[in-house]
Design a protein around this ligand. Structure first.
Ligand SMILES: Nc1ncnc2c1ncn2[C@@H]1O[C@H](COP(=O)(O)OP(=O)(O)OP(=O)(O)O)[C@@H](O)[C@H]1O
Ligand SMILES: [Mg+2]
Length: 542
């Protein structure tokens, strides 16, 4: 049997127990807050209280020098002291990454002892221990302590103990660094996203050059830089929200939030708590105070969408905010003042709503300071081709397809349609067309059924095989003629047929070949120019 180990000395057991409880306290001090300077201060205080430390100091490396981060037991003037790496014992520890022990400070010539001593710290003999603080294998600072000199002190075990404390400090520094990096990443990302938003809602992304659209641009430009309340009116899908965004991102408030409230989407009871927020305990379930959208939009713009649908009770409250720029949170008495620019939008017939008394006249006059009417798409058909091009490019890119253009018959169909759903309907129609298109050209049959009935489309009106095939054949011939600028021999070769057959079909379908011999027009290429129906002005590029 091996000899039994001698029982550990009772004083060593007591020392280890004390060290363990100290380490626990140290870890609590370091994890309690993100303010590391004050937690390091606490760590030094703990060491002084329990471990015979007379005074202590933490230095951190910044720009090649060690700066005092926390001190305890020194005069306050010591906070401004810094060491060069390699200078004195602290500097050597930082340089080598290895701890240094000076059992008797009075016997050590290298001991700089530049630190101003506090009057109440005794001038007895001291021992000095300095350990590096290592974060991710790089020395980033030092932990140094002065201990009362004791001849019997076990320096090796003391260095181990202070090494553990320093590695805990290192861990806390590392966490702080990660948090800081994450914060910086989020700030960068946020800046980037804001920039993207600003670009997305730049004027140049509102497509159109027709008279009514130009007039609208002028109004937007006029009002954007002011703080005036704007009411945007127009049918569904005309681009009201797009314009609200454009106003905000071209205003002086562009860097502040743009907050949207969809008044129609929220039930009556919810809308007030959404708009004005609530205090804790305002109603069952209100466990904490919540900011309303008015407060969230502070300094920026609040967009009240579908304002025509707002209930009478909320209309009264809204009127007060518009008049006095202040309100109370639900269940609260404190008056909240806000600096918010208001933009409202509606597709409702407001005159009728006023006549029916479903909308308050006084609120309407507050909102109706500067009104922008967004014309329906059918009244600005000159924008249609530009919009079609824009959406074609956008969705081709999004869906990774190479679609070059829209065939003449398909354009005729787009032009003939009355677009009750306005730009949104058109956007959807083109996305669908891009998705179902299997070649490089959008043809009439790629467009949604609602457009297929148009007379000018020349495509099927009834779904019979003969008509469908004929429609497709006609599309192909028109297309080939356009590519060859009306040259029938070339078109026949393209379609792998004879000129005689092509001529026969051209006559049969009543195709006017001269139409494809039109000279170059506008910004569109020569081939595309031919595809413009003759009665439509070519939109100049903005
Ligand atoms: N002039 C335009 N140029 C480019 N895209 C547009 C234009 N007008 C509208 N759009 C697009 O059409 C879609 C519908 O626009 P928006 O949501 O702004 O319409 P709205 O008037 O707010 O409709 P609703 O009344 O139904 O809410 C959006 O995807 C928008 O980007
Ligand atoms: Mg809208």
């Amino acid at each position: 049997m091996p000899a039994a180990k001698p029982a550990p000395d009772a004083t060593i057991v007591a020392r280890d127990a004390r060290r363990l409880s100290t380490l626990l306290e140290v870890s609590q001090a370091l994890s309690g807050t993100l303010n590391l300077k004050s937690s390091m201060q606490r760590v030094l205080q703990i060491l002084i209280r329990h471990h015979g430390v007379v005074r202590g100091m933490v230095t951190l490396l910044r720009e090649g020098e060690l700066h005092v981060e926390a001190i305890e037991g020194f005069d306050d003037r010591a906070r401004t002291i810094s060491y060069k790496v390699g200078e004195g014992i602290t500097g050597q520890v930082a340089q080598s990454g290895k701890p240094i022990v000076v059992p008797r400070v009075s016997k050590e010539p290298e001991f700089l002892n530049r630190m101003p001593r506090r009057a109440d710290v005794a001038r007895n003999e001291l021992s000095f221990i300095c350990v590096p603080i290592v974060v991710q294998r790089a020395t980033t600072g030092t932990l140094a302590v002065d201990l009362k000199f004791k001849a019997e002190r076990d320096y090796e075990s003391s260095v181990k103990f202070f090494g553990i404390v320093s590695s805990m400090i290192a861990q806390a520094l590392n966490v702080q660094r990660l948090v800081e990096e994450e914060r910086r990443r989020l700030v960068d990302e946020n800046t980037h996203l804001r920039q993207e938003l600003r670009e997305r809602y730049d004027f140049s992304n509102i497509i159109g050059t027709s008279g009514p659209t130009r007039q609208m641009y002028e109004q937007v430009a006029q009002v954007a830089q002011t703080n005036t309340t704007v009411l945007i009116r127009g049918e569904s899908g005309t681009g009201k929200e797009l314009i609200a965004h454009a106003i905000h991102y071209n205003s002086l408030r562009a860097k502040k939030p743009f907050i949207k409230v969809s008044c129609a989407a929220l039930p009556e009871t919810l809308i007030e708590s959404e708009l004005f927020g609530y205090e804790k305990g305002a109603f069952t379930g209100a466990n904490t105070r919540k900011k309303g959208r008015f407060e969230m939009a502070e300094g920026g713009t609040l967009f009240l969408d579908e304002i025509g649908d707002i209930n009478p009770g909320t209309q009264v409250k809204l009127l007060r905010v518009l008049q006095e720029r202040e309100f109370e949170r639900l269940g609260g008495t404190e008056t909240v003042k806000v600096n918010v620019r208001l933009i409202a939008a509606t597709n409702k017939d407001m005159e009728k709503a006023l006549a029916d008394a479903t909308f308050r006249e006084d609120l309407y006059y507050r909102l109706n300071v500067f009104t922008i009417f967004v014309p329906p798409l059918r009244e600005r058909k000159a924008d249609l081709l530009l919009l079609a091009d824009h959406f074609l490019e956008k969705f081709s890119r999004e869906h990774g397809k190479v679609i070059k253009r829209i065939s003449t018959p398909a354009i005729d169909m787009l032009m003939a349609y009355h677009w009750p759903g306005n730009v949104r309907e058109m956007e959807n129609a083109l996305e669908r067309a891009v998705l179902v298109c299997d070649g490089a050209v959008i043809h009439g049959h790629h467009l949604p059924p609602s457009l297929q009935t148009a007379d000018s489309s020349g495509t099927v009106t009834r779904v019979s095989l003969k008509d469908a095939v004929a429609g497709y054949e006609r599309d192909l011939i028109l297309d080939a003629l356009k590519t060859t600028r009306g040259n029938r021999a070339k078109a026949a070769r393209l379609l792998d047929t004879t000129e005689r057959i092509l001529n026969y079909k051209v006559r049969g379908y009543g195709i006017d070949v001269r139409r494809f011999k039109t000279p170059e027009v506008g910004r569109r290429g020569p081939a595309d120019a031919a595809e413009l129906p003759r009665d439509i002005p070519v939109a100049a590029s903005r």
